[in-house]
Structures are given as C-alpha cells and as structure tokens.
Design a protein around this ligand. Structure first.
Ligand code: MOS
Length: 727
C-alpha cells in the first residue's frame, strides 16, 4: 500500500478497538516472568558461557601475552580474539569496530571472549588474561576538541551553517537579545535489560536470540560482520527490556556469541555485565550549545540562532541538537550550525529523541530567559512566536500543529496563573517553590513497514511482523489494529513479533515504531479482507467486517468460513510517497513542572508534572500514557542527576553502573499527569497516528530548570542541575 495522498475514511476510523485503553497483552507474561528475554531462551541446548574482555586503555595497540594459559584454565572451551576470529566485515551502522585489537579505538572496546562450561569459569579465566598495551595519546576533552571542530551536516559530512535571511545584522539590531551557552553532559541509556545474546550454529546456519530494537538492521549487520549471507541468519528478539536507542545497533554480545559458538562447536550465551555496558556501548554525546535570540519590544522574534558542538570517534556523527530550532518558532532571520569534534571516548550515538532531547534542554531555557527580558509570560511569549509553516520554507505547512492549544490547555489545567513571575518569592517551609514551562517538539518519521496476517477456520487472526516491543506496547497496538481492521475482538488476534522469519517492519526507534508498524499491519489486513471477500463471494469494496462476520446487504458469513479449506493470508507493506515532503510532520506538546528547592541544601524535589501532547491519533491511550510518563521521568533524570563523568586523563566514563549513574526512582516522581489532544493526522499514514514516546521527553529538562529558576532566581545553564550549583 502506497501512502501518497491524505488518508480517506477507513476501517480504523471506527475506533471500536483502536483508541481504547486496552491492557498490555504482554503484561501478564512480563509480570509473571514467563516472557522470555534474550538470555533466557531454552531452545539452545546445553549452552556454554562467554565472558567478554574489554580493553583497559582508550587508544593504542595491544598484544596478548598468555592466551594459552587462559585456554588451559578450568572449564575453558575456547577463546576468541581478533587474531583468531578471521577477518571480520565492517557493519555500516557501527562507528567503532565491535571486536578491537591489535588497534584499540576506545576504553572497554571488546578485545576477546572466553567461552567456558560455566559463567564463573569463563569469568575466572578471563581474569587471568594478560595483555601488553601501548597507549597512544587520545582526545577526551570536548571543550578542547571543539576549538578546532568544523561545521557538519546532520550526518557528519562537512557543511556550512544554515542561514535564513540575514542572521547577524538582525540579531545585532534587535532591541532585546540573549546570547548564552548551555551544556548537556554525556548520557547513558541505562536500560533495564543488559545487552545479551545466545548463538547456535547448525552447519552454516546461525540462530541468534538477542535484545535488539531493529531485527533487519541487526541481522544484516551481523551477516556483514561475519561475511555470510543474511538469509543464513535467524535473528530473534521477541521481548526486550528497554533500549532507548542503545539497542538500535548490532552490539558485541551478538557478534561474540556467534564467534564463540563457532569456536566452541555449541550454543554460547553472552551478556555484558552492567559495569561493562557504559563504556563498551554507545551513549548520548555531551553538547555545548550557543543560543542567540533577538526580539522586538512586543516579543516578536526577529533573529534566532542555535549552534551546537559535540564529539564522536573518527567517522562518527554529531548530536543534532539544533533540529527543533529550525521549526519550532517563527523568526525571519535564522542560523543553525552543528560542529563535530573528534574524540576518543566510546561511541556517541542515538539515545531517545536524539537531537531534540538535548536541543530542547537548551532552547527552552533560552526561551524562558528571553520571556523574562521582555517582561512577558513564558507561555504568552511562545504563543506569540508560533508558526504554522516551516520558517525556512513558508510554502511547507505543518500537517497539524496544536502547540498553542497544548500551552493554553496545559496552563489552565496546571494552575499556571498562580505562578509568581518574579522568581524566589514563593515559599513552603524550608522549600522555595516554583513553576516552569517548556514546549515539547519532536519530528515524526515514517518508514516502510511490512506484515503478514493469517486467518484460520476458527476465525482467529495471527499477525506476523519483525516489529519489536521494547517495553512500548507494540504487541497491544498491533493487535488493536488487526482487530479493528478485521472486525474481530482483540482477544481473537495473536501477535508474533521480533523474528527475522517475519516480514521486515520499521522497527523500534525514533518514535516511528507505533504509527508505521501498525500502518503496515493495516495494509496487510486490507489484503486479507480482499482475500476473504473473494473467497466468500462478497464485494471487497462494500463488505463490512464486524463482530467476526463479513456482511453485505442482508447476507453475512462467519469470518472463519473463508479459511475452512486452509488458512488465508494477506501480506503487504506500507510505503510512503511524497506526502511527507509536501507537509511537515511533527509532534507537539507542553510540559509544566512544579518544584521545591531546599533553601538550605539546594536539593530539588519535583512536586508535580503535566504533559499535554498533540501527536495525531492515539492508538492506545494507556500505553501512550505509559510512554509519556516514562519519558517525563527520563527528562527529570536529565535535568537533575544524569551525567556520565569523563576521566579526561585516561578517556573513559567513570560512573559506569546504576549506583553511580543516577536515574530517578518512584520516590523522585510524586505526581504526573498526561493529556492527549484529540487529533487524527490524515497526512501521516492510514492510522492517522504519529509518535509520542520521545515527544514526552523533549522539553522536560528545561521545564524543570525553568521551575528551579522561578523558585530560586538562580539561572544554571549547565546540566544536570545538582545542588552544588545552587549553593
Ligand atoms: Mo530511539 S534513539 O531508538 O529511542
């Protein structure tokens, strides 16, 4: 199904199942421990255990000194390093090699795996390994590295600043202006389930149970790495304990499980211990962002400039923190630029809402600062500078943009009028209290997504697609989509996900998963409806699918009758035409936060939070709400505590576990409310839905920062906003 004209009325519009707060299908499986995660699959018989060895230096070369002794240790079956793995291919999506040696590209880059009968034997043998390192000098200091960094485009290719109008003169001439620098630190995904894989070979065929957001990418990159045909790999991730972008890519657990299994001649399980994950895998890069805003006295933005610098390993890409500034506010004169420095820290890459998440942390403090300079309410200042068109291409309109309604409804619901605009005035015992607001913005991305749907004689519908559920609710919203389209109750739908045996979906990332994967399932269901109608002699165009029956006029037949002689199958994919180029597809929201800051210690406590989201049709308000409250929680983490601390002498992240890399817990988040505006975006896809999970994060950090400013009168532009910065 090609989607290239706005969606017409279709079976989803009935909203009998779609749009309802259906409970998570996988909920009972997860809460009873029966959902099988990557390290738990029992189909692999008698697995051996791999323990990964990581480089102890950040840059240089290595030489193994006693591999034979390691191999002779109790229980050891095999040891695999780069010198005996044979030449490995380069998977395009990884910047650094997954298996290092003799050259080392970053600290804790994997340099080998020890395979043994038990995990303890593998770990003990790995501890015996002695490696001679020759350290080379590396660049680990972002500030230093940015001094000579050049401008790149979003993909990291040399470029020039993007300018609309004449930024410099307009900014210079503005009667009210702000020029400030904001910094965000490196962030860790810190997902609950570690990286883990089990690999087993059957002759030249490889099966890998793993934890990966993108089945087809992972399978393809594993095939490239192992120099084998993709078709010979089964790549399986039915349940995933979170990813946040850290599991978008093939990681070393899958590669070393496969290489270890080959060397051992049996199934091998590899997981990465928590303290190894942070430096071995990817992270959200730190940014230094300069924002300049100029406005006329009535609060009209006349110039807006946003430059962001970040670093990555050679060949890597920038954190695209200026993405939202191109689109969020009006202003005739504009400048955005990304600078990319070369660093020798572990690989920087996508983490939840890459670009907008750290970009909004800066831009939305800047908007608060400008509102204050103008003597305007920060809600009113944002509304004043709303735009319904892409400011750089006025002929390109937003398909839907209800930022203003998000802000006004949010202000009303939150009791914004009770906020004292003068900071440092409100007090509750020892707590200084304050309120803050930020806009939310995240682009919506469409992607090709395929599915297969079977009908059996009992009337049961089975959906197969390689879409993943990373804790987001994919199983449930896909079941709702199939139930709605086929006119059956949601209990009559069985959903199978996360296997390379199934048609290739859009996968989970960039908040694109929900809308495009369900659109692909919808397309396959339309094919199945046609097959059923044809089989039972109905006109496919006019037949109604309802209550497990097909009807037309006064004729009706039970759906299952069409499959009496064998199951019927519909298979199709959603593909997108030019519509997304004609219209700007984005999601909007507003975040409101109230904090208390301890007047004596500087500790901030969140008191309550509200998010109002406008993101197209909400397929399941319960799972969407869960996505947004999780995102808001992550936003509090980015505001108050999350920071990977760089050891600039040796080049690694020091706080590499959940004891020292702090994320919010329940006690940190007393009250969250989420409101979805009633929308259906016919330019987005047949579901008329967009993404919401990352939108829920974008802006939260700044709303917290602005609330702290309102409480204390102290403006900190350097995240996280820890108590020491207020004393
Ligand atoms: Mo996305 S960066 O996979 O949450």
């Amino acid at each position: 199904m090609k989607f290239d004209t706005p969606a017409q009325t279709n079976p989803i519009d009935k909203m009998a199942v779609v749009g309802r707060p259906v409970d998570r299908i996988d909920g009972p499986l997860k809460t009873t421990g029966t959902a099988t995660y990557a390290y738990e699959h029992r189909e692999a018989i008698n697995p051996a255990y791999g323990w990964v060895i990581g480089s102890a230096i950040a840059k240089g070369t290595l030489r193994w000194l006693n591999l034979n002794e390691v191999k002779a240790a109790p229980g050891v079956i095999a040891v695999v390093t780069a010198q005996d793995a044979g030449p490995l291919g380069k998977a395009g999506r990884n910047t650094a090699k997954l298996l290092g040696g003799p050259e080392v590209d970053h600290y804790h880059q994997a340099i080998g795996v020890v395979v043994a009968e038990t995990l303890e034997q593998a770990r003990a043998a790995a501890a015996l390994a002695r490696v001679e390192y020759v350290r080379a000098g590396g660049q680990f200091d972002l500030v230093q590295a940015l001094a000579t960094a050049s401008v790149v485009d979003d993909s990291g290719k040399p470029s020039a600043p993007e300018i609309v109008g004449t930024f410099d003169t307009a900014f210079a001439a503005a009667p009210v202006k702000l020029d400030a620098e904001y910094t965000t630190p490196d962030h860790s995904h810190a997902m609950m389930e570690p990286f883990a894989s089990i690999a087993v070979w059957n002759n030249d065929e490889l099966t890998v149970w793993t934890s990966n957001q993108m089945i087809d990418w992972g399978r393809g990159d594993l095939a490239k790495t192992l120099n084998m045909p993709k078709e010979k790999i089964r790549f399986l991730s039915p349940y995933i304990g979170g990813g946040f972008g850290g599991k978008l890519w093939l990681r070393v657990d899958a590669v070393l499980a496969a290489l270890g299994a080959k060397a051992a001649g049996r199934a091998v399980k590899v997981t990465l211990p928590r303290p190894f994950m942070t430096n071995n895998s990817t992270h959200r890069p730190a940014t230094r962002q300069r924002i300049r805003i100029g406005a006329s006295l009535d609060g009209t933005i006349t110039a807006i400039g946003h430059e962001s610098g970040s670093g990555d390993l050679p060949g890597g890409g920038p954190e695209t923190a200026t993405a939202q500034t191109r689109l969020l506010y009006a202003g005739a004169n504009r400048l955005t630029a990304l600078r990319l420095a070369v660093l020798d820290l572990p690989e920087g890459n996508a983490m939840r809402a890459p670009g907008e998440a750290p970009g909004m942390m800066a831009l939305e403090i800047a908007m608060d600062e400008m509102a204050e300079k103008l003597g305007m309410d920060p809600v009113a200042f944002r509304i004043k500078n709303d735009t319904q068109v892409d400011p750089a291409k006025p002929e390109r309109r937003f398909s839907q943009r209800q930022l203003v309604r998000c802000l006004t409804e949010g202000a009303e619901r939150f009791g914004w009028s009770r906020r004292n605009p003068k900071p440092g005035q409100a007090r509750d015992g020892r707590w200084l209290t304050g309120m803050g607001v930020a806009a939310a913005f995240r682009n919506h991305l469409n992607g090709t997504s395929a599915a297969r749907v079977h009908l059996d004689a009992s009337g049961m519908v089975t959906v197969e697609t390689d879409m993943t559920d990373i804790g987001t609710g994919s199983y449930t919203i896909i079941a709702q989509t199939a139930a709605e389209t086929m006119g059956v109750p949601v209990e009559a739908v069985s959903v199978k996900l996360g296997s390379s045996d199934f048609p290739v979906s859009v996968g989970s990332g960039g908040q694109w998963g929900a809308a495009s994967s369900t659109a692909g399932v919808y397309a396959a269901c339309v094919k199945l409806r046609e097959a059923i109608a044809q089989k039972l002699g109905f006109d496919p165009a006019s037949a109604l699918f309802e209550g497990g029956f097909v009807r037309s006029g006064n004729r009706s037949a039970r759906l299952g009758e069409a499959a009496a002689q064998g199951r019927l199958t519909g298979e199709d994919k959603i593909e997108y035409g030019e519509l997304g180029k004609t219209w700007q597809l984005s999601t909007f929201g507003a975040h409101f936060v109230e904090v208390g800051v301890d007047a004596y210690t500087g500790v901030t406590r969140i008191r309550r939070m509200l998010a109002v989201c406008a993101a197209g049709r909400i397929i399941n308000p319960k799972s969407a709400r869960s996505q947004v409250i999780g995102a808001m929680t992550m936003g509090v983490g980015s505001a108050l505590m999350e920071e990977l601390v760089v050891d600039k002498r040796f080049g690694f992240f020091v706080n590499h576990d959940l004891a020292s890399y702090e994320v919010p817990v329940h006690a940190d988040i007393p009250h969250q409310e989420v409101i979805f505006l009633d929308e259906a975006d016919d330019k987005a896809n047949p579901m008329k839905a967009k993404g919401v999970g990352e939108l829920g994060l974008c802006g939260v950090g700044a709303a917290v920062a602005n609330a702290i400013y309102n409480a204390t009168g102290v403006r900190i532009r350097d995240y996280p906003l820890t108590p020491d910065k207020y004393l």
